[in-house]
Design a binder for this molecule. Structure first.
Ligand SMILES: Nc1ncnc2c1ncn2[C@@H]1O[C@H](COP(=O)(O)OP(=O)(O)OP(=O)(O)O)[C@@H](O)[C@H]1O
Ligand SMILES: [Mg+2]
Length: 502
């Protein structure tokens, strides 16, 4: 093997805070190198330096033994570095094809040979086994497809080093398998991959070597076979994590929400609900199992007042909902951890503190005269308490949410929604992007909410999470409920079958 990339003594400072400190790292040709680290450890920052988005404060970067200065994203591209970011950067209003050729160095002037480009992209897609619909708008395709577009875009531009920042966080198991096939194929072709993930099983499966970052520093680089998941986890968080176990409950307490023969875009299969009957009781966690894109998004939107039934009725706390409006639902005791934290969850140019009290700025606790005068001290004290409790790694609670790491942004939403003391909590992929310790904490909090009498609807693409947490499991397939199972010793095989409509 020969060395493709070498990083020497790289540091990155934001103000007086070191996000990366004195990092050394090498990546071989044809190597899959994983970066492992807690939320806020500095993984994305380091990769953004390679992608030309940040300039390092100190240190050197060598490609094939030659020192390079990566001053812009386009320079990174011309050096053969491609990155698929934690939050995708596709342009929604364009088609897949337009996104892939966007910024192509050969498309100077207005005369681009579209037909030739198309052919080239189609060949590339075929080579890696991507099913891609070039003429669809980005908004029309699934998250998994968007990711394939990002990868294809990087390959189309000739990436030799492909950086994948948490590529599997939003993928279903089947899609992850597909991604790994592609990654292995790239490796066989001699390309190098830097892979970021919080899922230990994946990391141990796919990596050749693993570098662990902790608090901005690289603490170790090991070969995959040198350690098991437990050892890696302790190295990463600097302490041992005990086994978890969640007790399952049976409850037939009062209902907090009822869907009564609810339909919405009934025939759409992937974006609708068909005749859904469902009761959520106080004090239970109802897990929604299913392959993503079988109506989960619509179910969450329906339970939070974003869309309303075309047929059927919804009850919240035993009375029929007449007005469908998210604010009304919040006032009625519904909390929501949305699937897309960027679009629905956070106001990214507001501070952590303001985001945490966002839905309560008119409450007496935080304002006088219903939002007219904010009680700054109260807000600040509360936000600090939450930042501590949810371990939001920040320098100040007045920092823009934008400047937090991906996982820490998720913790801001969780602090706001889980602490709002709702009757109904709709949690879509609550642990997505969280490291092992934070995932544990959030699961503990959901259980605590249940024990306080909250009815929790847990939507997750992570089947293990559904099995571990749910008191009751409902399977959603093409917008229909395919089966209901008790969370105690659930029939795993049967549930998996139901998830595929069998
Ligand atoms: N533009 C910025 N301004 C100020 N601080 C920043 C900026 N970008 C990142 N940071 C800080 O640097 C630290 C490392 O962030 P980074 O995004 O690299 O973490 P990460 O390892 O990718 O975490 P995650 O797993 O949550 O995505 C965090 O504390 C973050 O708040
Ligand atoms: Mg990150």
């Amino acid at each position: 093997m020969s060395e493709l990339l070498r990083i020497e003594h790289i540091s990155k400072r934001f103000g007086d805070f070191y996000a990366n400190r004195n990092i050394d790292l090498t990546v071989e040709r044809g190597e899959i190198h994983t970066l492992l680290g807690e939320n806020g450890a500095g993984k994305s920052t380091l990769m953004n330096i390679l992608a030309g988005l940040y300039q390092p404060t100190e240190g050197k970067i060598f490609l094939e033994g030659k020192e390079v200065h990566i001053e812009s994203p386009s320079q990174a591209v011309s050096l053969g570095i491609g990155m698929v970011h934690q939050h995708f950067m596709l342009v929604d209003a364009m088609t897949v094809f337009e996104n892939i050729i966007l910024g192509d160095r050969r498309s100077k002037g207005i005369f681009i040979d579209r037909a030739a480009r198309r052919k080239e992209i189609e060949e590339l897609a075929a080579r890696y086994g991507f099913q891609i619909q070039l003429d669809r708008q980005i908004t029309e395709i699934s998250v998994g497809e968007q990711q394939r577009v990002e990868i294809l875009k990087a390959l189309y531009r000739g990436a030799q080093l492909l950086i994948l920042d948490e590529p599997t966080a939003a993928l279903t198991d089947i899609e992850v398998e597909g991604l790994f096939r592609v990654v292995n194929r790239l490796k066989e072709e001699g390309k190098s991959i830097i892979f970021i993930s919080h899922k230990m099983r994946e990391v141990l499966h796919i990596s050749d070597r693993i570098t662990i970052l902790r608090g901005g520093e690289a603490v170790a680089t090991i070969n995959r076979d040198e350690m098991d998941g437990q050892q890696l986890a302790s190295l990463m968080i600097g302490r041992e994590l005990s086994e978890s176990h969640y007790e399952k409950r049976n409850t037939a307490e009062k209902t907090v929400a009822v869907l009564d023969h609810v339909s919405y875009h009934k025939n759409s299969k992937h974006n609708g609900l068909a005749d859904v009957d469902m009761k959520i009781h106080a004090g239970e966690i109802v897990g929604i199992a299913g392959v993503d894109g079988n109506g989960q998004t619509q179910l969450a939107q329906m339970l939070t007042g974003v869309i309303w039934p075309e047929e059927g009725h919804i009850q919240l706390k035993n009375s029929n909902v007449g007005v469908f409006d998210p604010l009304q639902f919040i006032q009625n005791g519904t909390a929501h951890v949305p699937e897309d934290r960027n679009l629905q969850g956070l106001v990214s140019d507001m501070s952590i503190a303001d985001n945490i009290v966002l839905k309560r700025t008119e409450s007496e606790e935080f304002s006088k005269g219903h939002g007219l005068f904010l009680k700054k001290k109260a807000i600040s004290a509360y936000a600090s308490e939450m930042a501590g409790k949810y371990d939001i790694r920040c320098r100040s609670i007045y920092q823009d949410v934008r400047s937090l790491s991906g996982g820490n942004q998720q913790k801001v939403i969780l602090a706001r929604e889980l602490e709002s003391n709702p009757d109904l909590l709709v949690a879509a992929h609550p642990t997505r992007g969280l490291d092992i310790g934070a995932t544990r904490f959030v699961r503990d909090q959901m259980c605590a909410a249940r024990d306080r009498g909250v009815g929790v609807v847990l939507i997750s693409a992570d089947f293990d999470e559904i099995l571990e947490m749910s008191d009751r499991i409902l399977v959603l397939f093409e917008g229909r409920i395919m089966g209901e199972y008790s969370g105690k010793n659930p029939p795993i095989k049967e549930i998996s079958m139901a998830m595929t409509g069998k």
